[in-house]
Design a protein around this ligand. Structure first.
Ligand SMILES: [Zn+2]
Length: 199
């Protein structure tokens, strides 16, 4: 229907998460009408994203141009407490509460039953290395409250059990949400404060 180059942009935009054909069409038309400066800004910022953003060597949070992220670098953060999350957006979610003062570990997802994400795709080894070599007192699990998150937690717990640390999990039952991002601030804060020791 459309000229080829416009079709191509629509096709590429539909590959983005949450963008259906209708939205892609709307965005493509918007891009077509953008002024040159705005468009260049957008293109440059996307290119820079790939060039400058890295994963933190310690916790796998995002970092700009450096090997270690702002949180791991911060001397005021309690390095003896590691909060384990699935995704970077979960870390951001907890960070926005402004309550947690320890450090994080981003797993990169949870073990999936469909086999799409296996144990080796997650940063479990790296977490074990941190617990092994560091002066870690507590590992807090803040994985998605559904059974794949639980399965991942149980697997990691078995690995970490041999180390002399406290293992806790966010309290449950406050919210029926399956994802951390959907839990409201006060419930999430409560879940963190009321975290339960794992046995
Ligand atoms: Zn870090």
């Amino acid at each position: 229907m459309y000229p080829k180059s416009l079709e191509k942009v629509i096709e590429n935009l539909t590959k983005l998460p949450g963008i259906g054909p209708k939205s892609a069409e709307r965005i493509a038309h918007f891009i077509l009408r953008m002024d040159d400066n705005e468009l260049n800004d957008l293109i440059e910022s996307i290119k820079n994203l790939r060039k400058k953003i890295k994963y933190c060597k310690i916790c796998f949070n995002l970092t700009e141009s450096e090997d270690i992220c702002e949180i791991c670098k911060n001397p005021l953060r309690d390095k003896s407490t590691i909060l384990v999350v699935e995704e970077i957006k979960d870390l951001i979610r907890i960070e926005t509460l402004g309550y947690y003062s320890g450090v994080y570990h981003v797993l990169g997802g949870h073990i999936s039953t469909s086999g799409k994400i296996g144990i080796n795709d997650l940063t479990i080894n790296e977490l074990e290395q941190r617990v092994k070599s560091g002066d870690i007192k507590e590992v807090i699990f803040a994985l998605s409250p559904q059974w794949e998150g639980d399965m991942t937690k149980e697997y990691i717990k078995k690995i970490l059990k041999k180390y002399n640390i406290k293992i806790t999990s966010l309290a449950r039952g406050i919210s029926g949400s399956t994802y951390l991002e959907a839990i409201d601030d006060s419930s999430l804060l409560q879940a963190l404060e009321d975290r339960k020791e794992e046995i």
